[in-house]
Design a protein around this ligand. Structure first.
Ligand code: ATP
Ligand code: MG
Length: 446
């Protein structure tokens, strides 16, 4: 993309309404625009990051054997009356009437709808196990929408639902989700720690929240510092293997890590003092096992091996896709702007032309641009007729992890400069070498 033809409405001034850094930077970098409290338009740059996160989630869910689909945002209230949650949910639910005076709602989650789909089409235990998921907008009329996309009213969520014959099978689904979530967050350049949590309005026995440590997090968390040394890495895992998924769960949940709701002071005290940590965290996902909570009242049964109907064991599993955009920025920025991890960056590399209009500089930038594109990379070329300082400031603000700077002085010696946004280190090299370097950096990501 050439910046002169793009739509990147960056702000010079700090917007006064933003209380936290991610909200401020998303507004300044022209990623979002508020349309009403807690409701945002995703401008092109923000939309690109949102899509990258979505793609990672899709890939990792499908790798785990979970099946994508799409349910609507608007739901009929009937199903919610059946489950008993229409009254239980409270004012967070946006209730709407259609022209026939029918009760509708903007879905805050989809347990009822997916259970209805399941009971309409699945009749035998032979069709299990089954995990369906979608990535769809949700609406919750939060009391205090704030912090930009972190606590919106309309937000994008991946929600998945497993249907299993037995509790053991459903717990395997739970563990599969835990593993796939760990992988997803790591691909986004994040460390999200699974923490035992309270089940809240969805109800259930087992639940873990995934928290990203950040000062601006809304949850208070308590953990053993050893847990932050764990990472999933590039280990291969067979998602069908109960043992393998179970052992990852055990590894990642064996150390104390809890939110304030489930914090146990006495247990916490047992951790050696130098490893005890109290911090803030951002919830970027949650997994639940809730057994037959919905399948029983809604009659979601299958015929078991003995021919008798049995209610299926279910769980639901959410990832805060739009919140993650903010969470990643909270975890990765400096005073000049955002620092995108390679896995989610809106463009792979920025090209800064120091002398727009100069034949040689223009030619070198065009050639770089073309060879990067030919390798499947997505460069953003700042071809505006602007001062170098302004171009650098924009690149730093929008946070592309790599920048190639092209100017007549370097070109005289046959070199351009490759700069890392994270370390600030620059290196001069031939343009072809810079392209090769970037191809190497993004191998396995693109
Ligand atoms: P919270 O405790 O933050 O209100 P929740 O526990 O009610 O969230 P879940 O039902 O677990 O949310 O939804 C799954 C994920 O969706 C959450 O882990 C979070 O990342 C995201 N999410 C929930 N509410 C919001 C919101 N208002 N704005 C943006 N993302 C949200
Ligand atoms: Mg939650």
């Amino acid at each position: 993309m050439r910046l002169s033809r793009y739509f990147l409405p960056v702000l010079k001034e700090n917007p006064s309404e933003a209380q936290i850094v991610s909200h401020r930077l998303m507004l300044r970098a022209g990623m979002i625009k508020q349309s009403a409290a807690g409701i945002y338009s995703w401008l092109p740059l923000g939309f690109k990051v949102l899509r990258k996160i979505e793609n990672i989630v899709h890939e990792e869910q499908q790798r785990a054997g979970h099946i994508p689909m799409l349910m609507p945002t608007l739901q009929s209230a009937d199903l919610w009356k059946e489950s008993g949650r229409y009254d239980a949910y409270g004012p967070e639910m946006l209730r709407i009437k259609d022209r026939q005076d029918r009760d509708m709602l903007y879905g805050p989650t989809n347990e009822e709808m997916i259970t209805d789909i399941f009971r309409s089409h699945v009749g035998s235990y032979k069709d299990l196990p089954l995990t369906l998921y979608h990535i769809q907008w949700k609406f919750r009329d939060e009391v205090r929408p704030r912090f930009g996309v972190m606590r919106g009213r309309e937000f994008l969520m991946k929600d998945g639902y497993n249907f299993d014959l037995t509790k053991e099978d459903a717990l395997h689904a739970y563990n599969r989700h835990l593993v796939s979530y760990l992988r997803s967050y790591e691909r986004m350049g994040l460390q999200a720690i699974p923490m035992r949590a309270d089940s809240g309005p969805i109800g259930g026995d087992d639940t873990h929240e995934f928290l990203v440590l950040a000062e601006t997090g809304e949850s208070e968390v308590f953990y053993d510092s050893q847990i932050t040394e764990l990472n999933f890495g590039d280990r291969e895992i067979d998602y069908d293997s109960i043992e393998q998924c179970q052992s990852v769960l055990e590894e990642f949940t064996s150390r104390y890590a809890r939110t304030d709701e489930t914090h146990d002071a006495a247990l916490f005290e047992e951790i050696p003092e130098d490893r005890r940590r109290t911090a803030r965290g951002i919830e970027v996902g949650q997994i639940f096992y809730f057994g037959t909570k919905y399948s029983e009242p809604m009659g979601a049964t299958v015929q078991g091996p003995d021919g008798k109907p049995v209610p299926v064991h279910m769980g639901s599993h959410g990832i805060g896709v739009s919140r993650l955009v903010g969470a990643i920025i909270e975890a990765s920025h400096d005073d000049k702007g955002i620092i995108w991890p390679e896995g989610v960056t809106p463009f792979h590399v920025g090209i800064v032309n120091l002398k727009q209009g100069d034949d040689q500089a223009n030619g070198a930038c065009d050639a770089l641009y073309d060879s990067l594109k030919a390798l499947g990379l997505d460069p953003l070329y700042d071809d505006r007729d602007e001062r170098a300082g302004g171009k650098f400031a924009t690149m730093d603000l929008i946070g592309l992890p790599w920048r190639i700077t092209v100017g007549p002085r370097g070109l005289k010696n046959g070199v351009v400069e490759l700069t890392s946004r994270r370390t600030g280190e620059s290196e001069e090299m031939a343009p072809e070498t810079a392209v090769e370097r970037l191809a190497g950096i993004y191998r396995g990501i693109v």
